[in-house]
Design a protein around this ligand. Sequence first.
Ligand SMILES: Cc1cc2nc3c(=O)[nH]c(=O)nc-3n(C[C@H](O)[C@H](O)[C@H](O)COP(=O)(O)OP(=O)(O)OC[C@H]3O[C@@H](n4cnc5c(N)ncnc54)[C@H](O)[C@@H]3O)c2cc1C
Length: 393
Amino acid sequence: MASYDYLIVGGGMTADAAARGIRERDPKGTIGLIGADPHPPYNRPPLTKGLWKGEAPDSIWRKTDEAGVELHLGRRARTVDAASRQVGDDRGATYEYRRLLLATGGEPRRLPSAPEGIIYFRTLDDYRAARQLADQGARFAVLGGGFIGAEIAAALRMQGREVTMVVPGEGLGGRVFPAALSRFLVNYYRERGVRMLVGESAERVEGRDGRFVVHAQRTGPVTTDAVIAGLGIVPNVELARQAGLAVSDGIEVDARLRTSRHEIYAAGDVAQFPSPALGKRTRVEHEDNANTMGKIAGLNMAGADQPYEHLPFFYSDLFDLGYEAVGDVDARHETVVDWKTEFREGVVYYLDGGRVRGVLLWNTWEQVDAARALIAEPGPFRPEQLKGRLPAS
Ligand SMILES: Cc1cc2nc3c(=O)[nH]c(=O)nc-3n(C[C@H](O)[C@H](O)[C@H](O)COP(=O)(O)OP(=O)(O)OC[C@H]3O[C@@H](n4cnc5c(N)ncnc54)[C@H](O)[C@@H]3O)c2cc1C
């Protein structure tokens, strides 16, 4: 039986960041990693961005082995016996640990009763499958108007591919962007040649003669060579549940990223943590959170006593538009929009009870720290006080 001082379940960005955090404090302790993905940890954001724009395929690797980590890849941890501190995997192997990290991320939501071959875009192999189809000139349907759908549709269109987007809401990124911006993006995508079916849902997808037929509720059947679905993720909490840990919208952790059993930690997309800046518990599905939280989990596993107080930011690129966002950017909040050039450059403030809870920096750069400082201010703010507060670049 393999035995480790530190065992990490999950082979994503959080897992890699945690291994590096452990190493920073403990140069000698043994670290094992069990990852279901057959590949060692890699950066996910380039899968919908840089790799489509000529970034070298090899640039994505995190080189986790260089931190002296034993990798057990293509294996899924199935059981955690918290009393005996053992993890069992799907090939019958058992691993002992002193400290355990669950960095199991999330699984893409799937369409019920859909045929094989739909790409639920999340992994390197999903990218490779999409790339191969794109290189063969395939026509694509992209289901979903969130981050993944919007980014992959833009990437494919920039390769000259025919793309139809099926978007359930009124516009793109409707959960985050104010309605007018979200609607603007629909036209912006149309102008770039994407067929936009908005306020539409895919009732059923059918495989037919090596192609797909997407049955859109109002438009009717749309025939394509490939379907990519970006329908969000469901956090992978089964292991934690099976181990008897507290689980809600994710694995519950305290400020030090410990679960309800203190020798077991959780971090990244799967972890629900207390955010002092937002004054509530939250779960974040973004890179900065994976990197920073993973690192702090690793440091704490190796004996540090560091609270996770970071307010993560995230970013995205949509054709030649780009943005960074901090905090609780929820379109249901009151928004104050401060455009330098409408829909092209500016700042959106998200308010709740007069307090700034989130900031969207639209083609506006180097303001993330200033946005964090603003969110830390107690307020209350009146809308006119926010105009010009964070200058567009
Ligand atoms: C295509 C794409 C583009 C993105 N772009 C951006 C971006 O531009 N900006 C941004 O801020 N964020 C972006 N994100 C989000 C960001 O990449 C994620 O927040 C981050 O990858 C989360 O890392 P994680 O390690 O917590 O989880 P995951 O990446 O989900 O990794 C978890 C890993 O654990 C493995 N696993 C799960 N259960 C088990 C088990 N029982 N046993 C073994 N292994 C298991 C899974 O196979 C997976 O490899 C993007 C995500 C994707 C998919």
